[in-house]
Design a binder for this molecule. Sequence first.
Ligand code: CA
Length: 448
Amino acid sequence: MNSMNLDRTHDAAVKSWLASANLPHGDFPLQNLPYAIFRRKGYAEEFRAGIALGDQVIDLAALLRERCLNGLAMQAAIACTQPALNEFFAMGPDAWRILRQAIFALFEAPTGNASTMPDTDVLRRCLVPQALVEYSLPARIGDYTDFYTSIDHARNIVKLLRPDAALSPNFQWMPIAYHGRVSSIGTSGQQVRRPLGQRLAAGRSMPDVSACARLDYELELGIFIGVGNPQGEPIPVTHAEQHVFGLCLLNDWSARDIQMWESTPLGPFLAKNFATTISPWIVTMDALAPFRHAWERPADEPQPLAYLDAPANRSEGSIDIHLEVWLESERQRTNDAPATRLSRTSFRHQYWTVAQMVAHHTVGGCNLNSGDLLGSGTISGPTAAEAGALIELTAAGKTPVALGNGEARSFLEDGDTVLMKGWCERPGFTRIGFGENRGEVTPARAVS
Ligand code: CA
């Protein structure tokens, strides 16, 4: 996780022979190469792994058929022909890096030495336009854990919901989390039915069962575990990132009224388990290497305990990932009106790092497996405009946000589409992006 990990695949001077990969504000240049599980829409074919480049998907199974890969890169690509990335994840960082370097070499623009020019006619046969594919979940997710690692989000929530209370004292000592639900995780484009549940209305002594009236999103990053650990053998913070394959965008849909009534004493349950939406593309830790920053803990705040502290985590533990949430109402969509940006922030403000989440998760001996998913927790920055959920942006519904077309939102309404975007940029490096994470709210079922 240091600048020693930069190699030729991070060199901004290298372009691709595929023109759409070189657009200045594109998400998928040659320096990114994120993974998804895809197939062509309308074909009776298997889901398999692909890599995004420009507006295309590189079909790894096709590259194998055309005999474009050999050695460890070929072995890695064979693992990628499965309908989930778990086997490829389990091969570990050397295999991930070798395949990245091999794909980079095949798709980079020739630099004059004709003898090394790739056969672009063959390679073009291995591309599928992104517009013509559909996605599946990138991995068989065995377990999903959702963290709570933004101190700005935690402080905002305390202020809104329990004005007399302080930030929970454990927050500054450990990355707090709960074990979440896998069955309802879907990929971008997911239709999310408004949940029913128990709510205790203000001033009432008895709950009722009704459709959630305070439906919200949470802007998060999903963290895919590449290599697991045996039960009873914690992952040290110094090695934690070698166990992480990459990151995606994650929307932790949240039913605030259900959450308020059910969360004491054991925490979130039905308020969170009806849907979680992730983006199809996983941006690898290799691709994120140029965008690392120092992780700082102010001197007057608790310093991390030894198992959560390491020099590399201090020097480069945080990642500057720009994030935005947009809302497109049904009326905006019908009228072809532009969507509204609700907020923008960066992952670099997070109180705990990815490495610290992994180290803490396993310190008691819990085993992580290839394909496990961790949510970062809502990502809110230090200013009000950087809040990662409507409950913060609207002060629990008291100050609705205007959508710019006469509509306003306290919480989500049926027909609303929530759209998340993420990207990294830094002078001297090529901008890389995460693509989109979209989910649409559909009406609740009638209460029976
Ligand atoms: Ca969450």
